[in-house]
Ligand binder design. Structure first.
Ligand SMILES: [Ca+2]
Ligand SMILES: [Ca+2]
Ligand SMILES: [Ca+2]
Ligand SMILES: [Ca+2]
Length: 581
């Protein structure tokens, strides 16, 4: 009996035959698909290569944009720095690669870097008839500068001098100010008080800054001349200074000239200069009096006079110039002012070269005035051949306990004046592009002093590129003796309006308002306290000719006075990549 072939097959045999058929099929299919498979594999390698190349280009463009943007608005320097950064990351303008740097028309602080490689290579695609492909990557970066504070002009802290000097500029009614090291922090100096809780007593002030406060002198492009850096009363001294407005001149004159005797009665004489004058009494001449120049109608033969011929020695009498410093206790603290140059690392303020430094003792002589109706001026130094960029003025107290321990506040001011300027050489950066602006860098220690019941002070410059962000103000120890505090935003060249803000102060409270009372139950709410104010800049669009915000104090009566430290910042990274512009 012949069994069918199939009847002898086991399941295992069938499987093996099936596998043989399949193996052949796979081999055929593999052969058929080999070329497309290789193409796909090759393409995926190419895509990987292109991806890596694009990623490298992106990183280089980002790095170049970030490196270049800090140099704006100096486009030449920005381009140089951006190209150097691109080169460090492997991309230079050569062969098929181009690196292109342009600036924004929207903001002077934005940059665009485009890196293009027109011939990105291929391993497989090209061999199969494809071409090399072009790749382009673009990065945008923005540099948000520290918020300028305190002044839009080339001076800050001149207090009450402007109107005295007849400049036509309203008094600032604001002095820059640094308290002696031992003055209790509760008196308003956030970063130069050594202690909190007493006169060099209590706890160490953890916010003390050994370098002091920083003021920028911002030199514009193509400055027309060297710049004198002038300090108004930098020394700490409560003495009146006995110069100022000339009241009279008491002169001692030497008279070697001959006496002229009058020979007749009622002889008119014209005296062309001061003259000594005597009358005859009996056989001798009387004591001497002085006659001023002018007509004398009734000389007679009992008088004689003579003109001076020698040098006139005069003792001028001046109006005493009132001090601007405040004392509770005389500590004769020295104060040091140091000026650092603009340099090639604008992001790093710690490496700028020292140009000049001076330490003022309580009795250091003034050496520059009269200027702006005051003799209380010292010239720190002259910036010769100034460069575009920000110079840094650091000012600080002695930084050590004095004996006796100084307790008060040292008021001062700063002017940056072109040496060839006419008149007082004052200017406003809002209307004068050549004005070397003087302003506080992020933090400003001041003494407000106004005779008005309500007074406004320049607080901070908030440029339009901050739109959509949050302005943070920190006011330390604001408003003792006052009634209300307000923040004003610009609405025109010389107009402002109240801004609603949210506020908080530890141990005091928080809220939202456009008019913040600084008193509560007869006591000062913010004495020794840090008041933090946040302002939404959503939709912020300042007038083109005025980006300056103000702070307004309303006092119940008398003048506005406040020793305080302000800070302003826009929340967010100072330098960052942006989507586009
Ligand atoms: Ca206080
Ligand atoms: Ca630097
Ligand atoms: Ca002073
Ligand atoms: Ca205060």
């Amino acid at each position: 009996m012949r069994l069918s072939h199939h009847s002898h097959q086991t399941p295992s045999d069938r499987y093996l035959r099936y596998r043989r058929r399949q193996k052949g099929y796979v081999l055929v299919m593999f052969a058929l698909l080999l070329v497309p498979l290789l193409m796909v594999a090759g393409l995926s390698v190419d895509v990987g290569l292109w991806y890596n190349r694009a990623s490298d280009m992106r990183k280089a463009a980002d790095a170049a944009a970030l490196a270049g943007v800090v140099w704006l608005p100096n486009e030449g320097a920005a381009t140089t720095a951006a190209l150097a950064a691109a080169e460090r990351n492997g991309f230079t303008n050569s062969g098929t690669v181009s690196v292109n740097v342009t600036t924004s028309t929207v903001s002077s602080r934005r940059i665009k870097v485009t890196i293009t490689d027109s011939q990105v290579g291929s391993f497989f695609y090209q061999n199969l008839g494809g071409r090399k492909i072009p790749l382009t990557r673009t990065s945008f970066a923005e540099y948000v500068l520290p918020v300028p504070m305190g002044s839009p002009r080339n001076f800050m802290g001149t207090g009450l001098l402007q109107e005295l000097a007849g400049t036509g500029i309203d008094n600032e009614e604001l002095f820059m100010s640094i308290n002696p090291y031992c003055t209790d922090k509760v008196n308003g100096d956030r970063h130069q008080s050594g202690y909190s809780g007493g006169t060099c007593a209590g706890s160490v002030n953890g916010e003390y800054r050994p370098a002091g406060y920083e003021t920028y002198i911002e030199v514009p492009a193509n400055p027309p001349a060297s710049i004198d850096v002038l300090l108004y009363d930098p020394r700490y001294n409560e003495d009146e200074y006995n110069t100022g407005v000339l009241l009279s001149n008491t002169c001692v004159m030497t008279y070697p000239g001959n006496w002229i005797e009058v020979q007749a009665y009622n002889q008119p004489r014209r005296l062309d200069g001061p003259a000594q004058y005597q009358t005859r009494v009996g056989g001798s001449w009387s004591s001497t009096t002085t006659l001023q120049p002018g007509y004398y109608w009734n000389f007679n033969n009992n008088v004689r006079y003579r003109y001076k011929l020698g040098v006139e020695t005069c003792t001028p009498q001046y109006q005493m110039e009132a001090p601007i410093d405040d004392y509770r206790q005389d500590g004769e603290e020295p104060y040091t002012f140091s000026l650092y140059g603009a340099d090639s690392t604008p992001l790093n303020d710690s490496d700028n070269p020292l140009i000049c430094t001076a330490t003022y003792q309580h009795d250091t002589a003034f050496n520059y005035g009269p200027y702006l109706s005051s003799y209380r001026w010292n010239k720190l130094c002259t910036i010769t051949n100034p460069q575009e960029g920000r110079y840094i003025l650091r000012s600080r107290n002695g930084g050590a306990i004095t004996s006796p321990e100084g307790d008060g506040s040292n008021q001062y001011g700063v002017v940056a004046r072109y040496i060839n300027a006419s008149g007082f050489g004052l200017c406003d950066g809002r209307t004068d592009a050549t004005c070397p602006r003087v302003f506080g860098k992020e933090s400003l220690s001041v003494r407000a002093a106004s005779t008005a019941t309500t007074a406004q002070f320049f607080l901070a410059e908030i440029a339009p590129e901050h739109t959509g962000k949050t302005l943070r103000l920190e006011l330390f120890d604001p408003g003792e003796g006052g009634r209300n505090l307000r923040i004003l935003r610009p609405t025109g060249a010389n107009t402002w309006t109240r801004q609603t803000f949210s506020w908080s102060a530890p141990g005091v409270g928080s809220g939202t308002t456009d008019n913040l009372p600084v008193q509560s139950g007869g006591s000062d709410r913010f004495n020794g306290k840090l008041l933090t104010i946040d302002v939404s800049l959503s939709g912020y669009s300042p007038p083109s000719n005025n980006n300056w915000w103000k702070i307004e104090y309303e006092f119940a009566g008398g003048g506005v006075t406040d020793r305080t430290t302000w800070a302003a910042s826009v929340l967010g990274d100072p330098i960052h990549l942006v989507e586009e512009f």
